[in-house]
Design a protein around this ligand. Structure first.
Ligand code: DAT
Ligand code: MG
Length: 149
């Protein structure tokens, strides 16, 4: 069982795509371990995007992610990191495969609707940025036994 950190970015919330995006992850089989609506501070955004500091898109990306509320989720499941990235699609919507969130719902890299951790180690770091341990709940859904042999 693996965990990943997902953010429905300001464009997703403002375009009323929250339910659509959550549905896709749920239908994939991923389980919601934690979820909340928050407004990201500049400090948190800079820490979240620290690996991109110095790049041209860093400042606009920080401005954007702090511009309006976001939904943060911790999702749980087998290979959750890779599975969620697949369901999201490639970073640039024109390169994302049809059927993915970024291809179906977006057009431009700067407004690509969702964030998802890129590696298990990143997920561990990012989950800690957004959730206290007591905000994450481990439980079993009735349907979980139907997700694998
Ligand atoms: P991902 O979000 O797929 O992990 P990333 O970590 O390379 O992609 O970049 C983080 C975010 O920064 C990305 O979702 C959107 C923004 N971004 C990346 N490259 C960009 C670019 N060339 N122009 C504008 N925004 C960009
Ligand atoms: Mg990334």
């Amino acid at each position: 069982m693996e965990r990943t950190l997902i953010i429905i970015k300001p464009d997703g919330v403002q375009r009323a795509l929250v339910g659509n995006v959550i549905s896709r992850f749920e239908q994939r089989g991923l389980r919601i371990a934690g979820m909340k609506l928050i407004q990201i501070s500049r400090e948190l955004a800079e820490e979240h995007y620290a690996e991109h500091k110095g790049k041209g898109f860093f400042e606009p990306t920080v401005k954007f992610i702090t511009s309006s509320p976001v939904v943060v989720m911790c999702l749980e499941g087998a290979n959750a990191v890779v599975a969620a990235r697949q369901t999201m699609g490639a970073t640039r919507p024109p390169e994302a495969a049809p059927g993915t969130i970024r291809a179906d719902l977006g057009l431009d890299v700067s407004r690509n609707i969702v964030h998802g951790s890129d590696k298990p180690e990143t997920a561990e770091r990012e989950i800690k940025l957004y959730f206290k341990p007591e905000e994450l709940i481990s439980y079993t859904r009735a349907g979980d036994v139907w997700l694998k042999e």
